[in-house]
Design a protein around this ligand. Structure first.
Ligand code: PAF
Length: 297
């Protein structure tokens, strides 16, 4: 068991160590929460951790940059890895365990492909749209690692950010379809004062890129404002985006769908969600907004 600077808390790398600790908590009847992350923690993650601390007796934060959810041309090697800073932040939030396994610990000697490794494949309907269209195989990798983390930690609840809306919907679907006895708690998007949604990938943005990136939240806010003013035709709502875009924005998608099942509809209502992906400054950014009165309801 590795104890690092965390004040009496534990940084664990081994699956059986986590299991042993959680077993003790369970024997005491304690409620366990899991916050799965890929590290590079920011205020968005901290809001999940705070919520987990408020709702559970014990909290595990996993920090694992999961190789199987990155495509061959994606930023796996470049993805920020800041474990020391992450454990310090977790310590500040009184997290009970930071679980930071190696890829070897998680996947053994398996070649990381579906001819040797058991994968979870979420349904095509949920995957073949939005981020899944350009990030082929991404949600297979996410569901596989999340299910593994669920099996390792066996928490009562797990906390995910609304920022990755498609991810949360797919995970809820997996948990429901496979009768996984874990409550999925969806937490609101955390934004900078400027409106930019927090993301580990914001670190790649230049100062100018950060300004250009504000277009994502501006487009979404404007769409919601137009909806509130009575425009419900989805095509008309989507068209309002074009006046915001310049040659600095490489838009991948802008969709308005049903927030529960990602169905396409002709008219927006309180169950709608607008989702955007746009490349700015070479960085692929995503954001979304719910049409409900309270954005995060
Ligand atoms: O949202 C993330 O950071 C990752 O997709 C997750 C859920 C930790 C799985 O690797």
């Amino acid at each position: 068991m590795t104890k690092n600077k965390m004040r009496g808390k534990m940084l664990l790398n081994k699956i059986n160590e986590v299991r042993e600790e959680v077993k003790k908590w369970r024997a005491e009847g304690l409620k366990v929460g899991l916050v799965p992350t890929m590290g590079a923690l920011h205020e968005g993650h901290l809001s999940l951790i705070k919520k987990a601390k408020a709702e559970c007796d014990k909290v595990v934060v996993s920090v694992f940059v999961n190789p199987i959810q990155f495509g061959p041309s994606e930023d796996f090697d470049k993805y920020p890895r800041t474990l020391e800073a992450d454990t310090e932040l977790c310590d500040g939030e009184k997290v009970d365990i930071v679980f930071a396994p190696s890829a070897q610990e998680m996947y053994g000697n398996n070649r990381l492909s579906n001819d040797t490794l058991t994968y979870i494949y979420p349904p095509y309907f949920f995957v073949d749209k939005l981020c899944g269209k350009s990030r082929v195989g991404h949600f297979d990798g996410v569901c596989t690692v999340v299910m593994k983390l669920f099996n390792i930690v066996q928490p009562d609840c797990a906390f995910f950010g609304q920022k990755d809306a498609q991810q949360v919907i797919i995970i809820k679907k997996m948990v429901n379809d496979l009768n996984v006895p874990i409550e999925i708690i969806q937490c609101p998007i955390v934004r900078e004062e400027s409106g930019l949604a927090l993301s580990s990938r914001n670190k790649y943005l230049s100062e100018e890129g950060k300004k250009d990136a504000l277009v994502l939240s501006q487009i979404l806010n404007n769409i919601k404002a137009c909806y509130k003013r009575g425009i419900t035709d989805i095509e008309a709502l989507k068209e309002t985006a074009y006046s915001y875009l310049t040659e600095k924005h490489d838009m991948e998608y802008l969709e308005i769908l049903n927030k529960n099942n990602l169905e396409e509809e002709k008219f927006a209502d309180e169950n709608s969600i607008a989702l955007i992906a746009c490349r700015v400054d070479g960085v692929r950014l995503i954001d979304n907004i719910l049409f409900t009165e309270d954005e995060n309801a």
